[in-house]
Design a protein around this ligand. Structure first.
Ligand code: CTP
Ligand code: CA
Length: 236
C-alpha cells in the first residue's frame, strides 16, 4: 500500500489544547454542565499531530467515541472535570507550549458550595443555587504571556460560540471578546441547530489581531481544524 504522509508544517511545535465541557458539582450526583461534545478540540489535536506537532489535550468530559479520533502517539490526553481542574492543567501545559488553543466550553460559574452528600427533598426543597464566577482561563494565560512567563512567540487562540444570527453583530462581539481576553486569534462559531455544539459540522470565522476576519471555514470539524491551524501558522 502507498502511504502518503501529511504535510509536516507543524513539526517542532508544542501545542496545548483544551476540549470538551467542564462540569461544576452541585452534589455528588448533580452538576452544572454545557453541551460541548469536544469534537472540535479533538479534531484540532488530531490535525496538529498529523501535521507533526507534539500535543497535550486537556479533555473535559469527552465521550470515548469522540476522543478516539485523538488517538496518536504524539497526543497526550489529560482528563479534567471542573473549570478549576482545567485551569491547573492548562497553565501547566501552556508553560511549555508554542501554541495554546482553548476550545473547551468552560463553565462561567460554579455553585458556591458543592454538597458532600446528595441533596434530598427530605432536607428541604431546593429553590436556588448560589453561584460564584470561575476564573477566565484563557485571559489568565494571556496575562502570563504578557508577563514574560511563556515560551517566546507563544500564540493563543480562543473560541466563542455565538447564537447571534446577524453575521456583522457576531463579528463585532467577537472583536470585543478577542481584545478583552488578550488573545491573538478568536474562532467564532455559530451555535445553532445545524452547526456547533453536538454537531459533526462546524462553521467558523477567525478574527485576527487587527479585528480582521483572517479565515472563514465550514465543513467537518477536521476541515475547520485544518483552516484554524493554517491561520495559526500565518499569525506566527
Ligand atoms: N474561557 C475560559 N475561561 C472561562 C470561560 C471561557 O478560558 N471561565 C474561554 C473559552 O475556552 C473560549 C473563550 O474563553 O476559548 C470564550 O468563551 P466564551 O464563553 O465565549 O466567553 P466569555 O468571556 O465567557 O463570554 P460570554 O459571556 O459570551 O460567555
Ligand atoms: Ca462563557
Amino acid at each position: 500500500a502507498l502511504a502518503v504522509a501529511a504535510l509536516q508544517d507543524l513539526a517542532g511545535l508544542r501545542v496545548a489544547i483544551s476540549a470538551g465541557g467542564t462540569r461544576e458539582p452541585i452534589d455528588p450526583v448533580r452538576f452544572l454542565g454545557n453541551r460541548s461534545s469536544g469534537r472540535q478540540g479533538v479534531a484540532l489535536a488530531a490535525e496538529a499531530a498529523a501535521r507533526g506537532a507534539e500535543v497535550v489535550l486537556v479533555a473535559a468530559h469527552i465521550d470515548p467515541a469522540v476522543r478516539a479520533a485523538a488517538t496518536h502517539p504524539s497526543i497526550r490526553v489529560l482528563d479534567v472535570g471542573t473549570a478549576a481542574e482545567l485551569s491547573t492543567a492548562m497553565k501547566d501545559a501552556a508553560a511549555t507550549a508554542d501554541v495554546v488553543i482553548m476550545a473547551a466550553a468552560v463553565a462561567d460559574y460554579r455553585p458556591a458550595v458543592a454538597s458532600d452528600h446528595k441533596l434530598t427533598k427530605e432536607e428541604g426543597v431546593l429553590t436556588r443555587i448560589d453561584l460564584v464566577e470561575n476564573e477566565d482561563v484563557v485571559a489568565a494565560l494571556a496575562v502570563t504571556r504578557a508577563d514574560g512567563h511563556a515560551p517566546d512567540g507563544q500564540t493563543i487562540v480562543a473560541f466563542a460560540a455565538e447564537t447571534l444570527r446577524d453575521a456583522e453583530q457576531r463579528r463585532e462581539r467577537a472583536r470585543r471578546k478577542r481584545e478583552r481576553k488578550g488573545v491573538d486569534l478568536l474562532a467564532v462559531n455559530l451555535a445553532d441547530a445545524e452547526h456547533g455544539f453536538e454537531r459533526a459540522e462546524n462553521a467558523v470565522e477567525v478574527i485576527g489581531v487587527d479585528g480582521a476576519v483572517v479565515a472563514t471555514s465550514s465543513g467537518t470539524k477536521r476541515q475547520v481544524a485544518g483552516a484554524i491551524w493554517n491561520s495559526v501558522l500565518a499569525a506566527r
